[in-house]
Design a protein around this ligand. Structure first.
Ligand SMILES: Cc1cc2nc3c(=O)[nH]c(=O)nc-3n(C[C@H](O)[C@H](O)[C@H](O)COP(=O)(O)O)c2cc1C
Length: 378
């Protein structure tokens, strides 16, 4: 089985879309498929002129002389085509749209009724009973999955012919988190599911309902927390806020803490600041549904500082500063807490031997493993 992945991100190999495509293809390879990725940003693909010459004077051949004829040949040879695109204004990227428009020579101009709909029949029909499978892979900056509705409908329509099947859609909301180095360990559940999806498309012809359900989960469990963290990031870059009025940027349902400044999203796991910011994103809302607490970090050593986590209603926000009434205070040198977080030091043993100390609610500390863990699939 040949799988052609077409990546329409202008960021190409460095993009968030690619972070889903590669595990998907790895899974497909493990199941025996031959795979190839084409990066549209590296190809010359001119806009379709709408002249229909490829349907009339030179059937199957476009007026443009660019990289598209070679790509059409790859499309013809493929059993599965992965359309991989970032979500741009609720749909595919411009690169992907040009590619899709230029697939026109693959169809005939006539329209035929197939089932309930009219379609353009393919110019190069597959063998009797064979179909080409499409997979959509996308990711978006917004944290809710509903943003993909128009994109998914496009691909449902594109695959609505007897010779094409939509084998599954991987639409990752809050996909910007995929690019955060510090989030890598927390997001393995999603990338593992993408790999499993690749295997399933090869072995079963489609993504299973269980895997699909996992892949339909946004990366951030709480859109309001994600919004606040994202906004803190733009603020940290000094981007001016215009026209937000008194309410500011704070997402609904959360309160501005008067005692600290929100931490921007982590760029890596190599500093205490980033580590605390990362903890806020990994709160497991199910574990924290009953919890209202403030965890204060009083950090000494190489990277001294005061940070706190404000946990309420299944949400967690990270701040730099000192809270007047923390539920639990952790006094720790930065290297000790980082070693514990990276699994290089046992947390309980470190406390027993005085490497760090706490004040307040010990029971809360003992819940940390469950509270700050990647979300589990339902
Ligand atoms: C021009 C443009 C339009 C975008 N439109 C949307 C959008 O409609 N909805 C959304 O959630 N994110 C939108 N985004 C954010 C991208 O989907 C997001 O940055 C994504 O992670 C990029 O993936 P990539 O790194 O593979 O290119 C847009 C980004 C750009 C540059």
């Amino acid at each position: 089985m040949k799988i052609l992945a077409v990546n329409g991100s202008p960021r190409g190999r460095r993009g968030n879309t690619e972070r889903i495509v590669q595990p998907f293809l790895k899974g497909a390879q493990e199941a025996g498929a031959e795979t190839e990725t084409v990066y549209l940003k590296d190809r010359e693909i001119k806009h379709c002129q709408g002249c229909f010459t490829c349907w009339t004077k030179t059937p199957g051949v476009c007026i443009h002389q660019d990289d598209m004829p070679a790509l059409l040949e790859k499309v013809r040879q493929a059993d599965v085509i992965v359309f991989a695109t970032p979500l741009y204004i609720y749909t595919v990227s411009g690169l992907m749209k040009d590619f899709m428009d230029r697939l026109l020579p693959m169809a005939q101009p006539y329209i035929l009724q197939r089932g309930d709909h009219f379609i353009h029949p393919p110019r190069y029909p597959r063998e009797e009973g064979e179909s080409v499978k499409f997979v959509l892979i996308s990711n978006a900056g917004f944290p809710e999955r509903c943003h993909f509705s128009a994109l998914e409908e496009t691909f449902r329509r594109l695959a609505a012919s007897p010779e094409t099947d939509l084998a599954g859609t991987i639409c990752c909301a809050a996909g910007e988190l995929l690019g955060q180095e510090a989030m890598r360990d927390q997001l393995t559940w999603y990338l593992d599911a993408a790999q499993q999806a690749g295997r399933e498309v090869v072995e079963q012809g489609q993504i299973s309902t269980v895997t699909q359900a996992i892949l339909d989960r946004p990366l951030a469990d709480d859109p309001a927390v994600y919004a606040n963290v994202t906004n803190a990031y733009w603020e940290s870059l000094g981007v001016e806020k215009l026209g937000f009025g008194e309410a500011g940027l704070e997402a609904q349902g959360t309160e501005v803490a008067a005692y600290g400044t929100p931490l921007p999203p982590p760029s890596s796991r190599d500093s205490m600041r980033n580590l605390v910011a990362g903890m806020a994103l990994t709160l497991n809302p199910r574990e924290a549904s009953d919890l209202e607490a403030v965890v204060q970090f009083k950090v000494t050593g190489d990277e001294p500082g005061d940070y706190f986590l404000d946990i309420a209603q299944g949400r967690c926000k990270a701040y730099e500063g000192e809270h007047p009434d923390p539920t639990l205070t952790i006094h720790t040198p930065s290297d000790v807490w980082m070693a514990i977080s990276n699994g290089e030091m046992n947390g309980a043993a470190a406390m027993m031997t005085g490497k760090y100390s706490i004040q307040g609610n010990l029971g809360l500390l003992m819940r940390f493993d469950k509270l700050f863990s990647a979300p589990q699939a339902n």
